[in-house]
Design a protein around this ligand. Structure first.
Ligand code: GLC
Length: 467
């Protein structure tokens, strides 16, 4: 089965968030199951593209008001476990960032170039799997645009990683979309705007999202798409994301200060914690709480300064924060450093290697998210023997059970400072109950969140469309 995943991100080529992790791992697992799964993504100007060699497999030209030349490139030495095809559009997509303010044109160009290439292949795709709104017009273009008539009967799957971002733009840009039967213009529209996410929900053969619980939540909270999702519910399904259990393995992870397995978790975590605490001037004897992620309201990052403050005044915890995003939140989080020297550190930025060390070093990982379609960080934490403290929503609800309810993590009900602070209070008691806390690490590390079962669920879904 030939599957093409189309996405703006794919780790390690380019990653901003969880989308990159998912598209970087799912095809690998699908290939191991005998499918022929590959990725189409933009060719950005970044460390990965600058330090690897590529060869051209196709060249073309499309019109977006003005003509653009593009190449489809592929890696010469590829150890990713799947083929990756990069769409290089100089002057449009070849940028040193992934997202920006002119994304409408950039990702329209990307989608057109990808389809211009796919449509002329001798061996056509059997399934086209699009991820998030940057690829949301593809199911429409495959089924409606004259230029892609040969892909009309090819099944398309669309995965919603986050319904907050829909990629909408005005009808004044409709001429940028390749010609189609204009009586079908309604498929593009949602509330008088061209809405790529809404359009994909209408046009894709199947719509998935990244956890069963988020699928439920979307019926009453989808940033304006609730009615549409309810109407299309027959073709929608929630499939829980997995993690790349080879990349995220504390026994082999070469980012770590010391590797460890279930048997050696106590000494392994201790060594990583000692390093992190020394490096960032924290007290290793205290329970270490961490936050890793984008500093945006969706992740509850605006609550962190107060939650941290409430905990730090007692001087019985260490806290490490790794992330970047909203400038005001960065400032607030940075400021706390001077007030709680020796107990708190904020690392503003993105640092993949440091993130791995933090998962290994921390005792607890905080995720007070308001919206969390799946969340991968709690699964990385579990794999590294770190207790996730999460707000009970989205995929967090599907993956974490409370330790006081036959589970292994800490759940709180609502993204508020009070709930977050009370959860930390419960966590400290849990930590002090040393035997239970230690035994719990083994329980967490045994949980299998690898892609094995979910990659198969997607294959079953594709099969239902092909056969
Ligand atoms: C988005 C969601 C996150 C999810 C990820 C991968 O980043 O916000 O919850 O885990 O996509 O699907």
């Amino acid at each position: 089965m030939t599957i093409y995943h189309i996405s703006a991100e794919c780790y390690p080529v380019a990653k901003v968030g969880g989308l990159g992790d998912v598209v970087g791992a799912l095809p690998k697992y699908q290939n191991e199951m005998g499918a022929a799964s590959s990725v189409i993504m933009p060719f950005y100007n970044n460390k990965f593209t600058n330090s690897n060699k590529f060869k051209k497999v196709f060249g073309g030209r499309f019109n977006l008001g003005v003509p653009f030349d593009f190449d489809i490139l592929t890696l010469i030495d590829n150890a990713l476990g799947y083929d990756v095809y990069l769409v290089d559009i100089p002057g449009l997509l070849y940028t040193d960032y992934v997202y920006s303010s002119n994304d409408t044109e950039r990702f329209l160009g990307f989608q057109i170039a990808a389809l211009d290439w796919l449509v002329q292949l001798d061996h056509k795709p059997e399934v086209v799997h699009c991820h998030d709104h940057h690829t949301g017009l593809i199911p429409f273009m495959m089924s409606q645009c004259y230029a892609y008539a040969q892909l009309k009967n090819t099944p398309s799957v669309f995965t919603i990683h986050n319904a907050q971002y829909q990629g909408w733009f005005g009808h004044d840009k409709i001429h940028l979309i390749p010609p189609f039967d204009f009586s079908k213009v309604g498929l593009l529209d949602w509330q008088n705007l061209i809405n790529p996410m809404a359009c994909a929900i209408k046009c894709a053969w199947k719509v998935t999202t990244v956890s069963p619980n988020y699928m439920e939540e979307l019926n009453y909270g989808a940033n304006g798409l609730e009615d549409l999702l309810r109407y299309e519910s027959g073709k929608c399904v929630g499939i829980l994301n997995g993690i790349d259990a080879e990349l995220w393995n504390p026994a082999t992870d070469d980012s770590l200060i010391k590797n460890y397995s279930i048997k050696t978790v106590a000494t392994g975590k201790k060594a990583n914690k000692a390093w992190l605490c020394k490096e960032f001037n924290l007290n290793p004897k205290l329970p270490l709480f961490a936050f890793i992620g984008r500093l945006v309201g969706e992740k509850g990052a605006d609550l962190l300064p107060d939650i941290f403050h409430n905990a730090l005044v007692h001087k019985n915890v260490s806290i490490f924060m790794l992330g970047s995003g909203d400038v005001a939140m960065e400032y607030q989080l940075e400021k706390l450093k001077y007030q709680f020297e020796g107990y708190y550190h904020a690392y503003i930025g993105y640092n993949e290697r440091l993130a791995h060390i933090v998962y290994a070093a921390a005792d607890f990982l905080l995720m007070p998210s308001r919206v969390e379609p799946c969340g991968l960080n709690q699964m990385y934490a579990l794999r590294y023997g770190t207790v996730p403290i999460v707000n009970k929503i989205g995929g967090l609800k599907d993956t974490v059970q409370d330790f006081e309810n036959n589970g292994f993590g800490i759940l709180h009900d609502g993204a508020t400072v009070h709930e977050g602070s009370f959860a930390i209070h419960r966590a400290i008691n849990f930590y002090n109950d040393t035997e239970q806390f230690k035994a719990n690490r083994n329980v967490m590390m045994k949980i299998d969140h690898s892609w094995n079962s979910s990659a198969q669920a997607y294959i079953n879904l594709y099969n239902s469309l092909i056969l």
